[in-house]
Design a protein around this ligand. Structure first.
Ligand code: AMP
Ligand code: ZN
Length: 468
């Protein structure tokens, strides 16, 4: 099977053919850095990290860009509330993003551009739009004239009238048409601003992704991704302002993830129903959170509940237990076991078929559980051939790696400095308790850590720990 992806533009699954054979360019709209991301946001970043990993697994050379929105109304408001600069606020939450992303096994992008580092390019794009007569200036503001871009609305797939009627179109009396959007906002007292031919001001939100995508990935990008709420107006506007200037397609495949919900409602900061990684990681292995976020197809809604996350912990244990059982299984040379050989090759082909079907991670995970059932059966029957053992371990490593699970997301670096320091202190205290033959207390520490997914191993040279 070849890779098929659902393109929000055509509303159909299409065979994936990148612009340049063997290479994929991919842009994901990144976080607005004014607060901790919630796990709805993390769904988006985990999903597209997995898409990137799968494309690489298929042999593509992927260039992956994800921006930081470090200036917008939310950033300005929060910085003002805290009495700090927008730069200091953004810096803090860029660090938070990168640290939490690492905890979830999300790889860094090849480029993490920031909006404020691309102001001259954004000014350049607005200038071109004005020169072409597709934008107009009102006082110190500049707007995009949506009536001048004939395919406006094609991505959202809605009639323009319906878009106009939607509540999400910003009301502004300076606009010629209700759907027009701001490209450049004239400066307001106390707000950060940059010079431009229209006076000091700051760029409209949509501008940054057009500029950063084209600068770092070329005029046409293969994949542009984000949450479904970004389809309109953000992506519609990105597309309009980019294509109006270049005359070339801006994006070949638009990918949008569905919402993570809680209690039947979308998780969102403004709704006050968020769960952060910081809070969840006190109870759950980060890897289990990643597993949960991949447990549904990325376009489907995903309902969050503490019970579900708990059940995911047991599922993850089942996979790890099978890996441990394989590692510890008695071995015997001789004939290879056809049952194991076909279980391994079936796991690989089922996994690929699922991921080729628009990155169906839910079914891909199911293929790992089918493998686990077969591995457990084979182990219960008797010793394994060493090659069967090695092949099964390899397929767990390979397929787990594509999903960022089973080791790829569970190295020791996923602990922050404080947690790591505390863990080492506990290990030392437990060592002293054991020296004093305080076995019950020493075991209590070991058991509590195990509940948190930290496995202590006493060796001749001291105690080692690993995350499980
Ligand atoms: P933001 O930091 O608000 O710009 O959001 C970062 C990304 O998270 C965007 O692509 C959003 O569409 C996405 N997102 C926000 N809320 C959710 C949610 N509840 N479920 C899934 N994705 C979300
Ligand atoms: Zn964007």
């Amino acid at each position: 099977m070849t890779l098929q992806v659902f393109n929000s533009m055509s509303q159909e699954k299409e065979v994936f053919i990148p612009l340049t054979p063997g290479r994929v360019t991919m842009y994901t709209c990144g976080p607005t850095v004014y607060d901790h991301p919630h796990i709805g946001n993390w769904r988006c970043f985990v999903v597209f990290d997995t898409v990137r990993r799968y494309l690489e697994y298929l042999g593509y050379e992927v260039k992956f860009v994800q921006n930081f929105t470090d200036i917008d109304d939310k950033v300005i408001k929060k910085a003002e509330e805290l009495g700090i600069t927008t730069e200091a606020l953004a810096e803090k939450y860029i660090d938070v993003y990168l640290r939490e992303a690492q905890t979830l096994g999300i790889r860094k992008a090849d480029v993490h551009p920031r909006a404020t580092e691309h102001i001259p390019e954004m000014v350049g794009l607005v200038k071109s739009l004005l020169e072409k007569g597709i934008a107009y200036q009102v006082d110190k503001d500049v707007y995009f004239d949506t009536t001048e871009f004939t395919s406006y609305g094609a991505l959202s797939g809605q009639e323009l009238g319906a878009l106009e009627a939607g509540a999400r179109v910003e009301v502004d009396q300076n606009k010629r048409n209700p759907l027009d959007f701001v490209l450049w906002k004239g400066e307001k007292p106390g707000e950060p601003s940059w010079p431009s031919p229209w006076g000091c001001g700051r760029p409209g939100w949509h501008l940054e992704c057009s500029v950063m995508s084209m600068k770092h990935l070329g005029v046409t990008v293969d994949i542009h991704a984000g949450g479904i709420d970004l389809k309109f107006p953000h992506h519609e506007n990105e597309r309009a302002q980019s294509e109006a200037v270049t005359g070339e397609p801006f994006v070949r495949y638009w990918l949008h993830n569905g919402f993570l919900s809680i209690g039947g409602e979308r998780m969102g900061k403004s709704l006050g129903n968020i769960s952060t990684l910081e809070a969840l990681a006190k109870i759950h292995r980060p890897e289990a959170i990643r597993f949960f976020l991949l447990s549904a197809h990325y376009r489907s809604p995903l309902a969050f509940s503490p019970e579900l996350l708990q059940s995911v912990e047991s599922s993850l244990d089942r996979l790890y237990n099978a890996v441990s059982a394989l590692e510890a299984a008695p071995l015997q040379e001789g004939q290879r076991d056809p049952f194991m050989e076909s279980a391994v090759s079936r796991a690989r082909s089922d996994f690929r078929n699922s991921m080729d079907d628009d990155f169906n991670t839910a079914d891909a995970l199911a293929s790992l559980f089918d493998l686990t059932r077969d591995v457990n059966t084979a182990i219960s029957r008797g010793p394994l051939h060493p090659d069967d053992q090695a092949a099964a371990l390899e397929v767990y490593r390979e397929l787990g790696g594509v999903l960022g699970l089973l080791g790829a997301a569970s190295d020791t670096s996923s602990l922050d400095d404080i947690s790591q320091g505390l863990l080492e202190t506990l290990v030392e205290v437990r060592g002293r308790l054991r020296d004093q033959k305080e076995w019950a207390l020493a075991d209590l520490i070991r058991d509590r850590l195990l509940e948190m997914g930290i496995h202590l191993e006493d060796t001749g040279t001291g105690t080692r720990w690993k995350r499980r």
